[in-house]
Design a protein around this ligand. Structure first.
Ligand SMILES: [Zn+2]
Ligand SMILES: [Zn+2]
Length: 94
């Protein structure tokens, strides 16, 4: 478990994002550790070409309008929301 560099949530599972996409020559370039929803969102919104053109730092990603809206939302989500599929017994109410 780690801290997501984009949304800043802690205790999340993170994946490695290449700030300059691998396909664009960033294999040995800078990386960021992002939680899975943040990482998915970046690649859902932008192509490698767009990322390379203007979103190659965490600061630029955070300042992007669509992503900053997403970050505001994801910050309110519990870190375990997506990972935990099992229903806990505590949720059963009478
Ligand atoms: Zn995140
Ligand atoms: Zn990535």
């Amino acid at each position: 478990m780690a801290v997501c560099e984009l949304c800043g949530r802690s205790d999340v599972e993170t994946t490695v994002h290449h700030l300059l996409p691998k396909e664009m020559g960033g294999t040995f370039g800078a990386t960021a550790h992002l939680c899975i929803p943040c990482h998915k969102q970046i690649h859902a919104l932008y192509t490698n070409e767009e990322i390379t053109a203007r979103l190659t730092t965490i600061r630029e990603l955070r300042q992007d309008e669509a992503l900053s809206r997403f970050i505001k939302w994801i910050r309110k989500q519990p870190p375990t929301k997506i990972m935990k599929i099992k229903k806990s017994k505590e949720r059963r109410r009478r």
